[in-house]
Write a protein that binds this ligand. Structure first.
Ligand SMILES: Cc1ncc(COP(=O)(O)O)c(C=O)c1O
Length: 365
């Protein structure tokens, strides 16, 4: 979970109360399937920070980026279609796509994101239009925390053009950078891709407000699917989002949150150095919420989980971040540093290391 304890609740509450009086019952009425015009204008302003120049007709407001993933699955995937993701990838995306029974091909990633040389080999094998789309989380990937380099982004776009394959760029975490320079989103370079965003990590996940930016003919199809899904998203939530990003100093609030994430990442990494087995490796994210840990192969993180829970600590076992049945990620885990204070994170890592010892003892026995 993102840490939203710093939100200015009194200001939000006053602004929402004012909004309801000013908007009248329109704030509580059905709305356009693709979202309110004002909300879209606000999102156009937000993405302009990353040099994505669009007008309201270029996006659809969704019920969180999660709905965007589900709509994309429903719109594009027929049973058996090849879909390409980096490995590991977002569990929720794999779940959303899996309902439509794709054949998910995983391209390994390293500290620079998806390995696009391996992607090139895979696409050469599959041939032109051999996959429905390539799904990637290039900034502070969930679950690995790694960021795709600019060189790889350019390579991916070249390959997508060469093989005529749609790219889905999920940028749920792009603003949460606490180190080094922003790398341009692929959508700022190529208007043909689908770009997903959300207020979940920059304002509040409970508002369930996200968006899809894409070519208009594709948005037309997605709109038809969305009509059948929910008629329209929550009008009131969109009003709250509009007011937050126009009436409140959200940038200062977010900067303070990112500062806390930075401190927490540092605490988590230093605790890993101190307590974890020498053979373990982990990522060093420059932003976002997650660190990905690889343990020696004989440690299976799904079996380790009950030992950790016993000590009051939890994590996501790595195999859930790969398509089912691939046998990948079995000795990996995702840990999250966003939500707890540095002291608690340190203690959590200490207990997790003790849980590993107990698990190894029990395996020997
Ligand atoms: C990569 C990624 N995409 C999408 C989502 C869904 O976000 P939302 O809260 O906007 O539905 C998440 C949530 O954690 C995520 O990690």
């Amino acid at each position: 979970m993102p840490d939203i304890a710093g939100l200015p609740l009194e200001q939000i509450s006053a602004s929402v109360a004012r909004a309801i009086l000013e908007e009248g019952v329109a704030a509580l009425q059905y709305g356009d399937t693709t979202g309110r015009l004002k909300t879209k204008q606000v999102i156009c302003g937000l993405v302009a920070d990353f040099d994505i120049q669009i007008v309201p007709e270029d996006l659809i407001i969704t019920t969180g980026a999660q709905q965007a993933l589900e709509l994309i699955g429903k719109t594009f995937i027929d049973r058996g279609d090849v879909v390409i993701t980096e490995g590991p990838s977002y569990l929720g995306a794999l779940q959303a796509f899996s309902a439509y029974e794709p054949d998910v091909h995983t391209i390994p990633s390293d500290e620079n994101g998806m390995d696009t040389d391996l992607l090139a080999e895979e696409l050469a094998r599959l041939g032109p239009r051999g996959a429905k789309f390539i799904y990637t989380i290039p900034n502070f990937n969930n679950p690995s925390g790694v960021t795709m380099s600019l060189e790889r982004r350019m390579h991916l776009l070249d390959l997508a053009r060469k093989y005529d394959i749609l790219v889905i760029e999920d940028d749920a975490y792009g603003r949460l950078r606490f180190e080094e320079e922003t790398i341009p989103p692929m959508r700022s370079i190529d208007p043909n891709i689908l770009y997903l965003g959300t207020v979940s990590k920059i304002f509040a996940p409970g508002l369930r407000t996200g968006w899809i930016i894409g070519p208009r003919p594709i948005l037309e199809k997605i709109k038809l699917v969305k009509q059948g899904d929910d008629l329209c998203g929550s009008t009131l939530n969109q009003v709250i989002v509009e007011r937050y990003f126009t009436e409140i100093d959200w940038r200062s609030t977010l900067d303070a949150t990112i500062g806390r994430y930075h401190e927490r990442r540092d605490a988590l990494l230093s605790a890993l150095e101190e307590y974890f087995p020498a053979e373990a490796t982990w990522t060093r994210p420059q932003g976002g919420l997650f660190v990905w840990i690889n343990l020696p192969e004989h440690i299976k993180t799904k079996q380790l989980l009950p030992f950790a829970l016993e000590k009051g600590v939890t994590f996501v076992p790595g195999d859930g971040c790969y398509p089912a049945g691939t046998g990948l990620g079995l000795s990996s885990m995702r840990v999250c540093f966003s939500f707890e204070e540095p002291g608690k994170l340190r203690e959590a890592i200490r207990r997790l290391a003790a849980a590993i010892d107990e698990y190894l003892e029990a395996s020997k026995a």
